[in-house]
Design a protein around this ligand. Structure first.
Ligand code: ADP
Ligand code: MG
Length: 242
């Protein structure tokens, strides 16, 4: 199990002409689950995009390191190689590229390449992802829920050090939510995955247990606490924090 750190320090970023993240700091250690909650428009997806280096977003200040590696200096694929994984809020269809091809190219971090095929079937079974979908082009004709299972499957196969999950719970029914949440939770023990779980709602945290909960408002962390903070937010809403 790796003992590592994913450190975001005073991160300021946005789109040209508009600062969206206004000095955001948090540290996730291997094996920990941190939840980031916040109202619509608070900058949660921007955080996910900026961490993975999505074009169109600008970094204005601050640092992001993974086990000491300066991620902001790297292109997206090298951030992935360094051990960062992003489960997208809206996974896109990639016609012409199969799941296996994509995973082989992404290459498991810290492991041999040759295990992809085997892991794929094992992970599909664990997450309840239909084997029929494995040969399909990536996400093509998959429902929203199936895409979220697919993201989780990729996480299980690639075994990254840290994962940012952008509303992995959105569009999932109760059973899928339990499968996805359980798989991620188990990964924290299996290889020490550290998780930044972005979510609106507390229900994900019933299956995926957050060690730390952060509330994001207007691009800043305005409250940090234990799992009780998620319950408070669930009861009282975000108004007290904005
Ligand atoms: P959240 O995920 O918390 O709902 P977002 O990070 O998606 O919030 O958005 C934060 C704010 O930044 C919103 O006001 C949103 O409209 C704006 N924003 C984010 N990305 C873009 C973009 N690419 N172009 C224009 N506005 C954007
Ligand atoms: Mg979002």
């Amino acid at each position: 199990m790796s003992a590592g750190e994913f450190v975001i320090e005073d991160l300021r970023a946005g789109i040209p002409g508009r600062e969206i993240l206004k000095g955001l700091s948090l540290t996730v250690r291997s094996g920990e689950v941190h939840a980031v909650m916040g109202p619509n428009g608070s900058g949660k997806s921007t955080l996910a995009h900026v961490l993975m280096g999505r074009p169109g977003y600008e970094v204005l200040g601050g640092t992001v390191t993974l086990d000491g590696v300066d991620l902001l200096a790297l292109p997206t694929w090298q951030r992935a190689r360094a051990g960062l994984f992003l489960a997208m809020q809206h996974p896109i269809e990639v016609p012409g590229v199969s799941l296996v091809e994509s995973l082989t190219a992404a290459r498991p971090v810290g492991g041999a390449d040759d295990g992809v095929g085997e892991r794929l079937h094992a992970e599909a079974a664990r997450i309840g992802f239909d084997e029929r979908f494995l040969d399909r082009p990536l996400n093509v004709d998959l429902s929203g829920g199936e895409r979220k299972r697919n993201e989780t499957l990729q996480l299980g196969v690639l075994r990254p050090k840290f994962a940012v999950l952008d509303e992995i719970d959105s569009g999932l029914d109760v059973d899928a939510l339990a499968d996805v949440g359980r798989r991620v939770q188990e990964a924290t023990g299996e290889w020490g995955l550290g998780v930044l779980a972005i979510t609106h709602f507390r229900r994900l945290l019933d299956v995926l247990h957050a060690d730390v909960v952060h509330v994001l408002a207007d691009g800043r962390v305005v409250a940090t606490g234990g799992s009780e903070l998620a319950e408070t937010v669930d009861r009282t809403g975000y108004a007290a924090y904005t």
